[in-house]
Design a protein around this ligand. Sequence first.
Ligand SMILES: Cc1ncc(COP(=O)(O)O)c(C=O)c1O
Length: 410
Amino acid sequence: MTKVDKKLAVMGGPRLITKSPLEYRWIGQSDIFHLSKMVKTNLLSGFLAQTNESHFGGQWIRKMEVESARVFGTRYSVALNSWTSGLEAMVQAFRLREGSEIIVPPWTMSATVSAIVNARLVPRFVDIEEDSFNLSPDGVLKAINEKTTGILAVDIFGQPCKAKELRKIADDAHLIFMVDSAQTPRACVDGRHSVQYAHAGGFSLNRHKHIQVGEGGIAVTNSEEIATIMQYLRNHAEVTSVNESKFSSLKLIGHNLRMGEMEALLGLKQLIKLDTHVAKRRNWGRKLKNLILEKKLEGLEITLPESYDAHDFYILPMRLNVEKLCVSRNKIASALRAEGVTGVVSEYGKLNHLPSFADFPTENLEVAEELSEKKFLGIYMCGHRFTEKNLRDIAMAFEKVWHSIDALKH
Ligand SMILES: Cc1ncc(COP(=O)(O)O)c(C=O)c1O
């Protein structure tokens, strides 16, 4: 290291980074123009609980759904007020046997699992793969039993799960395959996104994600029946009992999962620019990865897919060899934060330990536990605009912490 004071900020030394990256701007002037025009129409929601087409939302909802089905390459798309709502509607739409099991990784956000529980199903936690943090197909094969009716995989941090393999496993065992792509709208394997392999899947539009409208979600499927049931569940489902449709016999109990017209308009505008938004995160993520790797820091590993379109960099994930470093992950994370690194993520993937989920069945979760407890370290990429200097500063902060790592041993 040259020119910088080597005493770590966490030990009272000077903070290395004095200028943080700016917040990412999702909303442009043209969005504001269209939004204010829309607001003046006074129609902020087009939904009515009636048996006519207003049951399916207003003009912006429909336009957004047409565009998202096009962008995600599925036949149907359903806009909802969050992806948590999307998960609930999606899992319920399959009407799986009550008490049956859905295989799910513990490395996700709680909504993936609560959607299973709220549909009166039982999550079975299955291990992840160390290099991708995604559900292990081998683990899934071992976990399938007579109670299993589905698999709910996650595309975590911006990297797709092994959706092709998982779909094959699901088909062979007559299971439903769903995917939670909240964090990964574009990345694909062999040119196909995970949702294209799944019976249904979807995306979050909350304030942390690649596209954000405040709160929102998009569920997608190629099944007309599942899309229609999700649409009914979104708007109380009461109209199914007053018309003669084949859905009335399903006795659906719906919710209010409706998205407003303002969010739909913003969502549509951002979907049109989705590739531009994602390309920025991919460029920053790959650049940061390379800058950190150039420092050749012992005991720090970053393994990512080679291909440019195979990671969306919601989070840049890394692994620490804490045995080699003789320093805990949490101490390293605190030291990086103290140097001014924005978006250091260290806690993740402990859903099987949450009191509400702790009694659900688990397979051997060795990899997931080790990553959660000791090895995982990430940098959240989606919320900031990084300049070259911001990225170089972060890499320098890593170098500084590694340079004085002995000081953290005590
Ligand atoms: C993997 C995953 N699933 C589900 C969700 C829930 O999405 P929302 O906040 O839109 O309800 C999130 C949001 O953080 C997520 O990261």
